[in-house]
Design a protein around this ligand. Structure first.
Ligand code: GLY
Length: 564
């Protein structure tokens, strides 16, 4: 390629990047708002609102669109969760987490000596869980949508068929996957045009096979994915690649409506995702602990503030590891206790403001969940709100897909504990609630959340980021409710993460001054710097001014809020 052309491309990329960063300030609107990881998908959602659709219609349309424009995490081959609050203050959730196939066993990732086969639970076709996204979006739409199904799916079909502008995130991924030609034939082909050239920024990227798959969903609803041609092609793909998902697994998959996890914080109501996500329980547990702190004497970003937050995280993650899993397999999880104010009082007594606690590495370890997920938030003029997080687990999931179907399968089975009974301080966990079993849902950290005020949606928020999701959502909620930050500032504020084990505070680069680092180390904390965590997508509603305020994380250069 001539040097000049490269220069121009680099300049274009830089301008796109800077432009996107500048666009990530707050967006205001009167009639509704959509915020997602891709601005063209947010626009799809906003168009649906304009057509008279409600927040559910907009969320479903945006989610299908992200499967086209943001395929590292947007998907029809994965799963996720919706938290919904309607204009009357009624709340519910939709669980469309992937399930283990019928042929799965709790020792499926071990060799004949009982040793874990390195990486198999995240890399092979055995890492693929039965996808839940199409069933979840369909259920949400059937129960709570307003427009007809074809109208909300069609924009994604159009984007896949006619193409959309290849963006910065896709360009970076394309460079990565095509660098080692032949290593992964599917991913190598994925970003190439009909002439076999890698798509470049600014070009239109079309996905005709995905358009056909989406058109079957548009025409046949959930059966367009779980039955018929698509189901057969999925089952054939699995057989050919030594996977175990069958047509029966697909036909049996159901999304489930569940009661949200509920909590309160100083007059605000918290609604978040129950198990199989651990997000809601941990969020409420940590907010209850924060309610007991005296924030008149604890300043934002002081060593005291960060110590307190880290100690709350440590405790919530320890409880997560011990107790949480799929509720259909773990009938006696102590959810009421973990989210109670009484339990928080007990837990709070154990926090020493002068000294870090010690995580007990003899019993539990790091949990397995990937970092590539995506969140979208929608609100409509009637006062309905949707918080939707869904995932493929790793970036581009299993990095496996069928040429004929045009979409990528998850590697969500890696979120199960892979080796029964074996828990190691290096991070492997083997506790019972989250072991593999046929038709079981793997434990998640996704934390789609709606904060209510006087029975109306006030803040809609969520994030990708594996285990860090719980903590980035927690700190963003605290930033808005306790520190009274506007939503964009709350999202952009640098954050920390503690997940019990490894026993360390991970902090976003530039958050801690040398003085704060010293003060935290003096309390006994081990500190580890990291460039970035999460990508929060949030909306607040100001009832006095009657305005929606949307903001997306500048860490995701193609993201954006679109109102109307
Ligand atoms: N795969 C990320 C999560 O479910 O938390």
């Amino acid at each position: 390629m001539p040097i000049l052309k490269w220069k121009n491309i680099h300049r274009t990329i830089l301008l796109v990047f800077l432009g996107a960063a500048l666009l990530n300030a707050q967006t205001y609107s009167k009639n509704g708002m959509v915020v997602s990881s891709d601005k063209s998908s947010s626009q799809v959602g906003a168009n649906i609102l304009k057509k008279g659709g409600n927040a559910i219609d907009a969320a479903v349309a945006t989610a299908f669109s992200l499967a086209v424009t943001h395929p590292s995490a947007g998907n029809i081959g994965g799963g996720g969760f919706i938290v919904f609050m309607n204009s009357e203050g009624k709340t519910t959730t939709i669980d469309f987490r992937e399930k283990a196939p019928l042929a799965a066993t709790n020792d499926m990732y071990l060799d004949s000596t009982g040793t874990l086969i390195d990486g198999i639970n995240h890399k092979s076709a055995l890492s693929i869980g039965v996808p839940g996204t199409v069933a979840g979006l369909y259920l949400a739409h059937q129960k709570y949508g307003k427009l007809d199904w074809a109208t909300v799916v069609q924009p994604a079909v159009d984007q896949a068929q006619n193409g959309f502008v290849f963006n910065w995130s896709l360009y970076r991924a394309a460079q990565y996957f095509t660098k080692n030609e032949g290593t992964n034939a599917f991913m190598d082909e994925y970003f190439r045009n009909e002439e076999g050239e890698v798509t470049e920024p600014g070009e239109l990227w079309t996905q005709p096979e995905l358009a056909t798959t989406l058109a079957l969903i548009r025409d046949n609803g959930r059966d367009g994915f779980y039955k018929g041609k698509t189901a057969k092609k999925i089952a054939d793909f699995m057989k050919k690649n030594e996977g175990i998902i069958t047509k029966k697994d697909l036909a049996k998959y159901e999304a489930i409506e569940r009661e949200p996890i509920k909590g309160t914080y100083k007059g605000y109501e918290i609604y978040s995702m129950p198990p199989p996500s651990s997000g809601g329980v941990a969020l409420v547990e940590m907010m209850n602990l924060m309610e007991l702190a005296d924030f008149k004497t604890i300043e934002f970003n002081s060593a005291e503030h960060l110590h307190l937050v880290a100690e709350a995280m440590r405790r919530a993650f320890a409880d997560r590891a011990e107790h949480l899993g799929d509720p259909d397999f773990n009938l006696n999880m102590p959810l009421a206790k973990l989210t109670s104010k009484t339990f928080a009082k007990e837990r709070f007594k154990g926090i020493d403001m002068g000294k870090a606690s010690v995580s007990d590495s003899t019993q539990f370890g790091r949990l397995y969940d990937g970092e590539s997920t995506t969140h979208l938030s929608t609100m409509d003029k009637e006062g309905n709100a949707v918080s939707l997080t869904y995932t493929l687990e790793y970036s581009y999931g299993s990095q496996m897909g069928s040429d004929e179907l045009g979409f990528i399968f998850n590697n969500e089975m890696g979120d199960f504990n892979p080796q029964p009974g074996i828990t190691k301080s290096n991070g492997q966990i083997g506790t019972a609630p989250n072991l593999v079993a046929p038709e079981k849902r793997m434990l998640s950290s996704m934390t789609p959340t709606i904060i209510g005020k006087d029975g109306k949606p006030f803040l809609v928020i969520g994030s990708p980021g594996g285990r860090t999701i719980i903590n980035t959502v927690f700190q963003t909620v605290l930033n808005v409710l306790e520190f009274e930050m506007p939503v964009d500032k709350a999202i952009e504020a640098l954050k920390i993460h503690h997940q019990w084990l490894p026993d360390q505070i991970v902090y976003e680069k530039l958050l801690l001054s040398p003085d704060t680092r010293k003060a935290l180390e003096a309390k006994g904390h081990i500190l580890k710097e990291r460039f970035n965590m999460g990508a929060l997508m949030g909306i607040t509603y100001d009832p006095e001014k009657q305005v929606f305020i949307g903001a997306s994380d500048s860490g995701q250069p193609d993201s954006g809020a679109v109102g109307y």
